[in-house]
Design a protein around this ligand. Structure first.
Ligand SMILES: N[C@@H](CCC(=O)N[C@@H](CS)C(=O)NCC(=O)O)C(=O)O
Length: 204
């Protein structure tokens, strides 16, 4: 199977970390593929009409997206039931933590597009301020309410760890660690996992 997309995309990196965590690192071929929000990527068009990365191409040639579904697919193929637990209470805590981590990346990527891609005269400052408060609220929630669930390696903790790495890479000025010592310490420890080290972003 193949996963298309650049590791700078937090969503792509989440799937590549997951592949390694479930023991499929050697079975997944990573194909670096960039996307531009204003252009169609013809190489991805046959796999996804949405045109976002990541996309997984199965050995049967089917496209699977988005990152949440790819993460679940990788767990399914590997027969792994720890990253997305079966047990009801744990399962929905983990899935909600995953949604929180991915929501953080959604906001951070959109904010980055606003700064780096949108023509200066069209930037929407009220939206940017609202997005900053959304990111801040997500980080506070992680610090105050999720440390117990983050203690387990799961689809949720992967999504959060990768999103925090993306904030470091693209939005370092936000200073996400300030006032969030538990989250900062957790991220430092999680980032030492082999799956994170092998997919780490190298500053340009
Ligand atoms: N919900 C999607 C989001 C994926 C996404 O936003 N990917 C970005 C790169 S980080 C993208 O492909 N952007 C191109 C575009 O918006 O056209 C997922 O979880 O996979």
């Amino acid at each position: 199977m193949k996963i298309y997309g650049n590791l700078i995309s937090p969503f792509v990196r989440m799937t590549m970390v997951t592949a390694r965590e479930v023991g499929l690192g050697a079975k997944v071929e990573h194909i670096a593929e960039g996307v531009n929000p204003t252009e169609v990527n013809a190489r991805l068009a046959g796999l996804t009409p949405i045109g976002k990365i990541p996309v997984l191409e199965t050995d049967h040639g089917h496209g699977i997206y988005d990152s949440r579904v790819i993460m679940e697919y990788l767990c399914h193929v590997a027969g792994n039931s720890t990253l997305i637990p079966d047990d009801g209470v744990k399962r929905f805590r983990v899935l909600t933590l995953q949604a929180l981590g991915q929501g953080l990346s959604d906001s951070a990527v959109a904010y980055r597009y606003e700064i780096a891609a949108r023509p200066k005269g069209l930037q929407w400052t009220d939206w940017m301020r609202r997005t900053e408060t959304r990111i801040s609220a997500a980080l506070d929630d992680l610090e105050n309410n999720w440390m117990d669930t983050l203690a387990d390696v799961s689809a949720g903790s992967i999504a959060v760890a990768v999103s925090l790495g993306y904030l470091d890479f693209r939005l370092g000025d936000l200073g996400w660690r300030n006032g969030r010592p538990k989250l900062a310490a957790w991220h430092e420890a999680f980032s030492k996992r082999d799956s994170m080290v092998k997919t780490a972003l190298v500053p340009a």
